[in-house]
Design a binder for this molecule. Sequence first.
Ligand code: MN3
Length: 204
Amino acid sequence: MFTLPGLGYDFNALEPYIDGRTMEIHHGKHHAAYVTNLNAALDAAGGAGADKGLDHLLANLDAVPEAQRTAVRNNGGGHWNHSLFWNLMTAGGNDAVSPELAAALEKELGGLDAFRDAFAKAATTRFGSGWAWLVVKDGALKVLSTPNQDNPLMDAGGTPILALDVWEHAYYLKYQNRRPEYIENWWKVVDWSAVSRLYQADRG
Ligand code: MN3
């Protein structure tokens, strides 16, 4: 059985960029529902190999019985994506990009500013609901986006080290239809030390 992880900070810790009411609903209602629904689907599927962990489950959705596969994809993805997302933000944010990640961003994506533009474009142009990602794929950084609660684990697209939720539930109370403004402000709460740790972990 999967459980809802704690946030690690108060609901209002990311204000004024992400409001406390949004965080409370997003974590306590949306993410909680993904966990509940994932557990129900796995229960109905007789476990479906969930004992091997969520990463393994999402990378091997074909092994899930067809009757539960969509529910596991949507809710398992939702649980995985949000569990990462919360850990990539911190009160006030920080710019602690590791020298190794800074060098890779420079060499592979044209530097931090060019990366941010590419990431914001991926997040802005994702039609409807989905996520923007910075992943490490075969040792190289890549920017991409996915629809719904899909993530790069599902199609071997790489290991995510940064993620942004662009579902309306992530920003609508404060920003309504202004997704670009939400994205611009979100950079101010990004925990680059956490992103750098994930990059180092993938590099071994
Ligand atoms: Mn969400």
